[in-house]
Ligand binder design. Structure first.
Ligand code: KG4
Ligand code: ZN
Length: 353
C-alpha cells in the first residue's frame, strides 16, 4: 500500500483508491494477470473481474511426473521458459487488445514457491513499468475464491470451502475484501492427503485426480475409515492417511482392492468436509456457498456440495479450468479484492502471512 515514506522511491506507487480499479471505478477494467506459484505458468486477461478475454495455461505436469512431485528449482526454470510464450499467447487470444489498453498488470505474490513466484512477479512488474501502468500483487488463496466470480453474478456474503494442495479452510467471506478464516487443517491439506494416499497405493503423480477417477469405480462403504476428530471448524487428515497405510499393509502383498480403497477414502474426506461446511452455513445463516482450489475439481466433493441446492442453498463451483491453478482467477482477484499489494516494490512470500 502507498505510504509517505515510499514517496521518493524511483517506482511509481499506487494505492487502490488512486488506481480506481474495481467495481466502483465506473469504467471498463482490463486486467492482465500472471500465475506462477507452483507448476503452472499462466496468463489471462479478464474484463471487469468476470469476463475472460484470454486464458492461457502451460502445465509442467509431464516434467514433474518423472520425479513424482514438484521440484522447485526445475519448476522455476520451466516458468522462465514459458513466461513470454504465455504472455504473447494471451495477447493473441485477446485479438486487438494491446498492452496500452490494459488497466493494470497483476501477479500472484504468494503463498507459493519463491523461485517460481519471482518469475511471474517480475514479468508483471516489467510489463507495468514498461507500459506505465499499475502493478497489483495478489494472494493465491484469495484468487482461488475469485475463480467463482468468473461468468457468474456471485456477490458476498457467502461461505467458502477452499481445498487445495497446500490449504484446507472454511472462510466466511463477508465482503469482496473482508474474510474470516473460521477453520483450517491442523496437519495435511486435503490435496496433500490425496496425493500421499495415491502414492501409497502406487498411483503415479499427480495422484489426486487419478484417485478420484478410481474412486468412482469403487464401493465407498467397503472400508470404514476414521474421520479426524478436531474441534470447531478445523480439520485433520493425517490420521486418515495412516489408517489407509495400515489398511494397505493388512493386504500383505495380496492384490489391493484399489478402487474400493479409493472410494472409501474419498467418501470419508468428502463427508468430513461437508459436515463442517454445513455447520458453518447454518451458524452464519448464509444461503450462498462456494468451493474453490484444485481439489474443488473432485467429483464426490462437487456432488455433495451441489446436493445442498436441494436444501435451498445457492451453490457455486468454478468450472474445472478455473479450479486448478490459472491466471483468470488472479485477474478477477486483482479487480474485486481491495486487500491486495498494490505497489511495484511488492515482494513474494512463501507462506500465508
Ligand atoms: O489449487 P491447486 O491447483 O494447487 C495448489 O495451490 O495447491 O491444487 C492442486 C491439488 C493437488 O493436490 C491435486 O492432487 C489436487 O489439487 N486435485 C485433486 C483433484 N484435482 C486436483 N484432488 C482430488 N480430486 C481431484 N479431482
Ligand atoms: Zn492453487
Amino acid at each position: 500500500m502507498y505510504n509517505n515514506s515510499m514517496k521518493n522511491t524511483k517506482y511509481k506507487l499506487f494505492s487502490k483508491e488512486q488506481l480506481e480499479i474495481g467495481p466502483e471505478s465506473g469504467y471498463d477494467n482490463y486486467i492482465m494477470a500472471i500465475e506462477s506459484s507452483c507448476d503452472e505458468t499462466a496468463c489471462a486477461i479478464v474484463k471487469n473481474g468476470r469476463e475472460v478475454i484470454a486464458n492461457v495455461v502451460a502445465s509442467q505436469i509431464k516434467t514433474h511426473a518423472q520425479f513424482g512431485g514438484v521440484i522447485p528449482e526445475i519448476a522455476a526454470r520451466e516458468h522462465l521458459d514459458a513466461i513470454n510464450v504465455v504472455i504473447d499467447e494471451a495477447f493473441k487470444q485477446a485479438g486487438n487488445l494491446k498492452p496500452e489498453d490494459i488497466t493494470a498488470f497483476a501477479a500472484t505474490v504468494g503463498p507459493g514457491l519463491v523461485g517460481c513466484l519471482l518469475v511471474g512477479l517480475n514479468a508483471a512488474k516489467t510489463l507495468a513499468l514498461t507500459h506505465d501502468k499499475p502493478f497489483i500483487g495478489v494472494n493465491h488463496l484469495n484468487a482461488h475464491l475469485c475463480g467463482n466470480y468468473i461468468d457468474t453474478d456471485l456477490k458476498p456474503p457467502y461461505m467458502a470451502l477452499l481445498v487445495s494442495g497446500g490449504h484446507t479452510q472454511i472462510i466466511d467471506v463477508k465482503s469482496y475484501s473482508e474474510q474470516e478464516i473460521l477453520g483450517e487443517t491442523i496437519d495435511d491439506a486435503v490435496g496433500e492427503a490425496y496425493d500421499k494416499v495415491a502414492r501409497l497405493i502406487g498411483l503415479p503423480y499427480p495422484g489426486g485426480p487419478r484417485l478420484d477417477k478410481l474412486a468412482q469405480e469403487g464401493n465407498p462403504k467397503a472400508f470404514k475409515l476414521p474421520e479426524g476428530k478436531v474441534d470447531g471448524y478445523n480439520f485433520s487428515f493425517s490420521g486418515l492417511k495412516t489408517a489407509v497405510l495400515r489398511l494397505v499393509k493388512s493386504f500383505d502383498g495380496q492384490e489391493l482392492p484399489v478402487n474400493d480403497i479409493c472410494a472409501s477414502f474419498q467418501e470419508t474426506v468428502s463427508a468430513t468436509l461437508l459436515k463442517k461446511l454445513k455447520k458453518a452455513l447454518e451458524e452464519k445463516g448464509y444461503n450462498q456457498v462456494v468451493i474453490a482450489g484444485g481439489v474443488a475439481a473432485n467429483s464426490e466433493i462437487r456432488k455433495k456440495i451441489f446436493a445442498l441446492e436441494d436444501e435451498g442453498y445457492k451453490v457455486f463451483a468454478p468450472p474445472m479450468k478455473y479450479c486448478t491453478d490459472n491466471a483468470a482467477m488472479v485477474a478477477s482477484c486483482a479487480y474485486f479484492n481491495t486487500n491486495t499489494f498494490d505497489d511495484v516494490n511488492t515482494e513474494v512470500f512463501s507462506r500465508v502471512k
